[in-house]
Design a protein around this ligand. Structure first.
Ligand code: FE2
Ligand code: FE2
Length: 370
């Protein structure tokens, strides 16, 4: 199989051909079917080795999987123009995409009447809209919980059925929504949600951890598909808690040693659950395992001495601790900002990655000034 990095660039001529045929013909016309068929063949080939393909525009250049598309000449210019006209700066195609969904998407996004139709919800395509500067912070979003995708995600977690395949669309949608909503926002921490009842703690906490992990990762210079995977991993870090009995998870009092062991097992339960699902980024499985493992190897579950938690797990650990400390819990009231910072500093180098703690505290400082 051809796995050269340029292989993915060939998607652009195929995409342009499919868009042009969509504009000229109906979706059932043999010519449109032919071009869309070429595009699907190309994507199917890519999806043999990759779970998603990102096509983006940045500074009037096309990017494929965050890398500049080279060797495609004028195709790139035409694609930039079409993306700008459609008001989008990113398309994410996900494994599982079929010809029918792709045809509808192309028609609704790039067709002659694209501006007049309300786009459908696509199961395997995500679109990042270009946000104008004055609209960067949506006035209707006071907290991360105001996003429709947050509500869909919580519903998915609440209805998690171990016997059914995991529906990861809501996780992908929320990941893209977080990136898009806070793309230009300098202070996403203002949008952390407050927990109103113990029942909702795990859900609200999970979304807060995703927002915090995203903010820290961006601050470390991470973007694109890698950022999406980190958010995905953060959204999944406590998925094993969905398998802990509610009476233990929401217990309003001290835990017995055996109850504490049950809670601690959420890491391994999460790994077992995610490993059995198709299409989960590997980093999400690793972070589910490692987010309570300390930087120096302590914590839980017990790991080999030479094992260092993954960088992404280290990011999620900081976000996890910060959100837990700033929240009211049945066994203690929320801590003040200075106290939390002192705890993070104390754990830097032992429990937590010191460099990440430094960047995180700088970020908190900066955002609290705004
Ligand atoms: Fe956890
Ligand atoms: Fe957590």
């Amino acid at each position: 199989m051809n796995t050269s990095p340029d292989r993915n660039n060939h998607i652009l001529p195929d995409l342009l051909g499919a868009i042009n045929s969509t504009r000229l013909y109906s979706n059932n016309h043999p010519q449109a079917k032919l071009f869309i068929g070429h595009l699907i063949d190309r994507l199917t080939d890519i999806f043999k080795t990759e779970e998603k393909l990102l096509i983006g525009v940045f500074n009037d250049s096309m990017l494929v999987n965050q890398k500049p598309a080279v060797g495609v000449g004028k195709v790139s210019d035409s694609m930039v123009r079409l993306m700008n006209e459609a008001g989008i700066d990113q398309i994410v195609f996900l494994r599982g995409l079929g010809q029918e969904e792709l045809s509808v998407f192309l028609k609704e996004t790039f067709g002659k009447n694209a501006n007049k139709v309300k786009p459908s919800d696509y199961a395997h395509i995500m679109v990042g809209k270009i946000t104008k500067d004055e609209e960067t912070e949506d006035e209707n979003v006071d907290s991360v919980m105001d996003l429709d995708s947050s509500q869909d995600f919580i519903m998915m977690l609440q209805n998690l059925d171990l016997k059914k395949p995991f529906n990861f669309n809501s996780v992908n949608s929320l990941s893209v929504d977080l990136v898009e909503t806070f793309k230009y926002s300098v202070s996403p921490l203002k949008y952390l949600a407050e927990v109103k009842s113990e029942d909702e703690y795990t859900y609200v906490h999970t979304i807060n951890v995703a927002l915090l992990s995203m903010s820290l990762a961006k601050r470390m210079g991470i973007g694109g598909a890698e950022l999406l995977d980190i958010i995905y991993a953060a959204l999944m870090h406590d998925v094993g808690k969905m398998l802990v009995p509610k009476e233990i998870l929401n217990k309003n009092g001290p835990l017995t040693p055996s109850e504490f062991e049950t809670i601690k097992a959420h890491t391994l339960n999460g790994v077992m659950y995610l490993t059995n699902q198709k299409g989960i980024p590997r980093i999400a499985i690793l972070a589910s395992l490692e987010h309570h493992v300390k930087y120096n190897g302590g914590g839980y579950p017990t790991i080999a001495q030479s094992w260092k938690p993954h960088f992404v797990s280290q990011i999620i650990s900081i976000a996890d601790i910060y959100d837990a400390l700033r929240s009211n819990r049945p066994y203690r009231a929320r801590l003040e900002h200075d106290k939390i910072v002192a705890i993070l500093r104390h754990d830097a180098g032992t429990g937590l990655n010191p460099k990440l703690v430094e960047v995180f505290i700088d970020m908190l400082k900066e955002q609290s000034r705004e």
